[in-house]
Design a protein around this ligand. Structure first.
Ligand code: G6P
Length: 613
């Protein structure tokens, strides 16, 4: 995810910005840039690739003299990583320069309007629209502050922005909504940054900007304003922690940070694609005629992405009435899949680089099948090779065990299902509206699960089970697919032998492994199957299993008749329930791993991006 640093003060800005950006590298990026107000006016330098490329270009900062500037590390969203798409972006008239983190959802409409008004664009980014929009208003009112305010009133989406203007050599404006931005009060100048580590070397006095807050500042002065434009006061907070912890945003591990990022990541993935109560998948070119001619959909992926595919089978088949088969990418090529123009192959991959998945995609294409990729990393090999791409806006995922990528992949599956079902005419408007409404509620419900009380309860159960050697996860229907992910998490990071089974299948073999005290985690969230799952729970309890259940809040009393230990999640539409049930499973595995002293973010023998077959 992009990183922003801004500085105004007495020191040379460029070296400070380069240093600050280096502290934001952990966020993941593909290009970097700075803009410095020099004696020749605003000068921009930007380069694709590592920060070192930019540093070499400007001689470690020495080539750009000036005391005010903005810097950026870009993690591509709109447009591939390239010099042109890198930030900062200068408006067409050269008056305004902007760095941005977030997604401008209505950038296309704004861009078209600005082009009609005579602005030309050099990049494919949504950010360049902001620069031109501010400049458009500035040309009219010649008031930097008013122009920024007018521009942000027209922008929809998420943003953290740092903006400089050619007519104001000592002033910077910073504003944010739904993307992080902090302000730093320094002795020799003031700062803005996406995260504390970028400026911790220079100041420990910071304040966190709230949504709608705007900071208008120079080296020795700052004024804060709220959304209404009223001046507000913001008190500095003293940062006491050290840089190592800060890079994880105060969390002990990236995995925990990423677990907590899920409501935001989910929202970022769905909101640009929902307009006026409809799913709007501009990224996908599949027509109703094409979908009506489909005989089969394969979902091909590895690891957790494959488990998203297992859920996709239930969801797509139910609403689109097309047979769906999830296949492990490593098996796909060698299993003689029946491929042709009437087959759609959906590829799911966080990294977009997984060797088996990429090979499967190529195999599918070579047999004439159409390919649609759900990918997190813009410009990755899979995103380039697929016919259509839907990006998940999870931001960079650093922990090896995926959490937020899984959740956002699932978000795309929901949107894709509604879009396809609508085109196919296989869903009633009533159901479409109910599901879409429920999808939009999910981030809030996820947030509820992440409350301190719920976390403490999951931690308690983790402490109860952390020394177990074996675990079973059982559930029916979509719950059984979520079990696969919960079980994998426990294996990956806590090194506990764990198996996931469809609850009804247990008696066909695995039940022979149940002994006194064996841990069985049971998911029971599918209303029509609750009683059947409870029967399976009784079978394992009768053989001595220690059962922990995860169910809906409405079954609080009911479940107590069968099990002693239970966790509860809020209820949503049954097809969307996995987005909520998976969270406690991730948290449970995380705390067990911590209690067992495992290296949570870098589990033994595992890699984040698996580029070998
Ligand atoms: C590795 C990761 C998993 C991931 C899988 C597929 O095993 O640890 O978290 O699900 O690769 O990776 P991809 O990048 O294709 O989603």
């Amino acid at each position: 995810m992009c990183g922003i640093v801004g500085y105004a003060g007495k020191e040379q800005a460029a070296p400070i910005l380069l240093d600050g950006l280096s502290k934001l590298e952990y966020r993941g990026y593909d290009s970097a840039g700075v803009c410095i107000y020099t004696q020749d006016g605003l000068k921009v330098a930007k380069a694709k690739g590592r920060l070192q490329n930019l540093s070499d270009m400007i001689d470690g900062g020495a080539a750009l003299h000036g005391n005010i500037g903005i810097g950026h590390t870009r993690w591509a969203t709109h447009g591939a990583p390239s010099d042109e798409n890198s930030h900062p972006h200068m408006a067409d008239g050269g008056k305004i320069v902007v760095v941005h983190n977030g997604i401008i959802e209505n950038y296309l409409q704004l861009k078209e309007k600005l082009i009609r008004l005579g602005k030309t664009f050099k990049s494919e980014t949504d950010t360049e629209v902001v620069a031109n929009l501010v400049e458009y208003y500035y040309e009219d009112c010649h008031n930097f502050f008013a122009a920024v305010r007018q521009a942000i009133s027209r922008i929809e989406g998420s943003y953290a922005l740092a903006i400089v203007c050619a007519d104001f050599p000592t002033t910077m404006i910073a504003v944010k909504k739904d993307s992080p931005l902090i302000f730093g009060f320094g002795k020799n100048g003031n700062f803005v940054a996406s995260d504390v580590p970028a400026i911790l070397k220079y100041t420990r006095e910071v304040c966190y900007l709230n949504d709608g807050d705007m900071a208008v500042f120079s080296g020795d002065k700052v004024r804060f304003f709220n959304t209404a434009g009223d001046e507000i006061t913001k008190e500095p907070e003293h940062i006491t922690w050290e840089i190592d912890a800060a890079e994880k945003g105060g969390y002990k591990h990236f995995m925990l940070k990423e677990i907590f990022e899920q409501p935001r990541a989910f929202r970022d993935t769905i909101s640009p694609r929902i307009k006026d109560g409809r799913v709007c998948l501009d990224d996908v070119s599949l027509t109703a005629d094409y979908l009506k001619g489909l005989k089969k959909i394969y979902i091909v992926a590895c690891g957790s992405a494959y488990y998203v595919g297992c859920l996709g089978k239930y969801i797509l088949e139910k609403y689109c009435r097309i047979p769906v088969e999830p296949v492990l990418a490593s098996e796909f090529r060698y299993s003689s899949p029946v491929l042709g123009q009437d087959t759609l192959v959906v590829i799911i991959s966080q990294s977009g680089e997984t060797a088996d998945t990429l090979a499967a995609l190529r195999e599918a294409k070579s047999h004439g099948a159409r390919t649609l990729a759900i990918v997190n990393v813009v410009g990755s090999a899979i995103s380039k090779a697929a016919d259509d791409v839907i990006y998940t806006w999870a931001g960079p995922e650093i922990a090896v065990a995926t959490t937020k990528a899984y959740s956002t992949q699932l978000a795309v599956v929901y949107l894709m299902t509604l879009h396809f079902a609508d085109l196919l005419g296989t869903i009633s408007q009533e159901e479409y509206n109910a599901i879409l409404g429920a999808v939009q509620q999910l981030p809030e419900q996820m947030q509820e699960i992440l409350s301190p009380e719920n976390i403490a309860e999951i931690q308690y159960y983790a402490s109860k089970y952390f020394s177990h050697k074996d675990a079973f996860f059982i559930g029916r229907n979509v719950d059984s697919a979520v079990c696969l992910e919960g079980s994998l998490k426990l294996k990956e990071i806590a090194y506990i032998h764990s198996e996931a089974y469809a609850a009804g299948e247990l008696k066909h073999g695995p039940i022979s492994l149940i002994e006194q005290g064996t841990m069985v985690f049971t998911l029971a969230t599918v209303p029509e199957l609750f009683d059947k799952t409870m029967s399976n729970v009784k079978e394992v309890r009768a053989r001595g299993a220690s059962v922990l259940a995860l169910t809906l809040q409405r079954y609080k009393e009911e479940i107590a008749k069968t099990v002693d230990n239970a966790l509860f999640v809020p209820e949503t539409h049954p097809m969307l329930q996995p987005s909520l049930t998976v969270l406690p499973l991730q948290i449970f595995a995380y705390y067990i791993a911590v209690m067992r002293g495992c290296d949570v973010d870098k589990p033994r023998n595992l890699a984040k991006s698996v580029t070998v077959e």
